[in-house]
Design a protein around this ligand. Sequence first.
Ligand code: GRG
Length: 294
Amino acid sequence: MDIIEYLRREKKIVDEALDRLVPAADRPPVRLNQAIRHSLIDGGKRLRPILLLAAAQAVGSKKEPLLPFACAMECIHTYSLIHDDLPAMDDDDLRRGRPTCHKQFDEATAILAGDGLLTLAFELAARPIQGVPAKDSLAMVVQLAQDAGIHGMVGGQMMDMEAEEREVELAELQYIHIHKTGALIRSSCMAGACLGGGDATQINKIKRYGEAIGLAFQIADDVLDIVGDSELMGKTIGKDQQQSKATYPALMGVGQARDEANNLVNEALSCLKDFSDDAEPLRALARYITDRTH
Ligand code: GRG
């Protein structure tokens, strides 16, 4: 399948849903809604919602009813980018090819835009979904809270910040990546499989698929920070090296880091071996993780 065309089509579906589900820019509080839309609308690859929809398709489900939950994933991801870019964290000027939220608006507005997106995400994720038992929806909302929070992304970010001050070994770096980046990616895959009506075996296999591509994605991102193109990526690159950050390529070199990411992609693909052709988009997405240039 043509993954680029697939991603373009799916991104359009997600972008249209986000535009419908997020408050309009002229609705009060106008500055807050403008800041949210500045960071959220149109930008980004929409990888997490697309993974959720692809996982649902892999277990034979329709996509449309799951769009609010898929958009919740993007709201959480975008909030994490807004907060990560703040001067107190990464202090970045450019994100998704535009000025970062605090540069375009101001720090306080950027903090509130992130907070607004995080809470909106839970409003969207908790919406009843036609044909999905309420207990499954609730389980995935709890799962999302765990994966986005202290035991997932937020916890991973904290560990990453603490590790900046000292030497980090591979096992610790892997732990950080699994939490900071991997948890939300795995959560997206699992939510799609569960809300799409997959059975326990399918959900478990898609969970393992999500774990493997989540780590592969971060390794590929570390590599792109060295070999990528700032304009294509829409963000400043080379910052990891500049800040002497522990990354996979810093610890093992670009070549071995790439091999590591490829092994993880193969592991992810092996989790899907018993799935039908409906899982082709999930398979293509796994390959795209290491082939992507931005
Ligand atoms: C809780 C403040 C806070 C942060 C959480 C995820 C995260 C930690 C910070 C974001 C910064 C960062 C570089 C994370 C690594 C994950 C990553 C590669 C994010 C970029 O994701 P893409 O490539 O971005 O999917 P787009 O813009 O395409 O959505």
